[in-house]
Ligand binder design. Sequence first.
Ligand code: SF4
Length: 463
Amino acid sequence: MLTNIPAAATSVTSTSSSPRLSMVAAAAAAAKSNFREQSNKALLVCQQQPQVRQHHNNNRVIPISSAAAVALPDIARVLEEQEVVDIERLEEELNSASPFEIMDQALALFGIDIAILILNPVCTCFSEDVALIEYAHLTGRPFRVFSLDTGRLNPETYCLFAEVEKRYNIRIEYMFPDAVEVEALVRAKGLFSFYEDGHQECCRIRKVRPLKRALKGLRAWITGQRKDQSPGTRANVPVVQVDPVFEGMDGGVGSLVKWNPLANVVGTAVWSFLRTMDVPVNALHSQGFVSIGCEPCTRPVMPGQHEREGRWWWEDAKAKECGLHNGNVNGAASNAISEQMVEVADLFMSRSVSNLSRGEMETLVGKNKRSKSSLVVLYAPWCQFSQAMNDSFNAVAEKLCGPNLMVGKFRADREQKEFAQQALKLRTFPTILFFPKNSTQVIKYPSENRDVDALIAFVQAFQ
Ligand code: SF4
């Protein structure tokens, strides 16, 4: 439902010639430091009717596509009728709407001041982002598309860019990283520093900063984020929100709205839509790639693995956000993660799986030879990769547990993490270890294929 607010409650900067459409966070002027709590209460305000939509053409603003430069009577009508939109209320109203309806609403409200981000190069899959373009195309409204070319993409991805431009008769508005920053990073640390000290620095230079520049030319953006992409960090993705991290054209708190039309859609449904509509997809999918980003940071996954295991596989699941959606892991959302760490159901609850204590683990890695072999998973219940192997590990335990083998689990996050890293070879969750009988050796399961047959073959290799 749309709500008028008194002029005194708004704080809007304006220019005399351009139509005013601006976001004002409720109480933002008085409580800027409390932004995260307030951000969802932001209000969308149209101060004057858009007689002439003026394109902001400065170096922070990406050019609009020719398709977007047509008259927008619907938008004008909407803005005439709606002075204020309560984004929180809008989110409630659209929460059960289809991606098509959400897209239509987003384009109607923001016109040329909104753009679709495709190949959100780490956080979503380019092919799935193309679904956003298809939905936008189907609305019949003009739309803009932008992307971040990190310089590290696969050739197949560039081919898909070209195919998409042709199919939809658009020009994608590319953003590139700052050459001086890239040079400084690569000269100081080499081309693959992210394998050593994490992906954040490289992503910040190649994606986050170019994204910030792009968003400074917009009042809203559309992403392909979905709740099911990363249960640890995206479980609370709303279909529309005041952007909790970035600023838009007008600058400051509440100046940008973020739309996630696919938030409530599962990956299989997106793929079904892509197939039904015969939308072009990345050729890498036929080689086992699911979620495709930069070439050095993306790899194929095996059946049963979570799609996010194909991204930054050398890092913990919780670190797998690129900075583009840090709002997911900051503020309220990070609280949600903490809560998940407390409240999420435990894993590996089969009666054949022993719940091992710290003392029992210390005994297993002690200096005395063992009288019995053991298979143990080091896990964290909030980790989606641990969750993904719950059934297979339980099945293995039920099959193999007996006089010659103990199958156990050890929760290795929180206060146990340091011990697990130092004594148990933990790098990421889950880690599977085999402790052979009559030995003090510890053998780490090397594969990410964690299905029943593979795990049984691993154990039988040592028995
Ligand atoms: Fe750099 Fe990898 Fe991030 Fe791409 S995904 S910007 S290559 S760290």
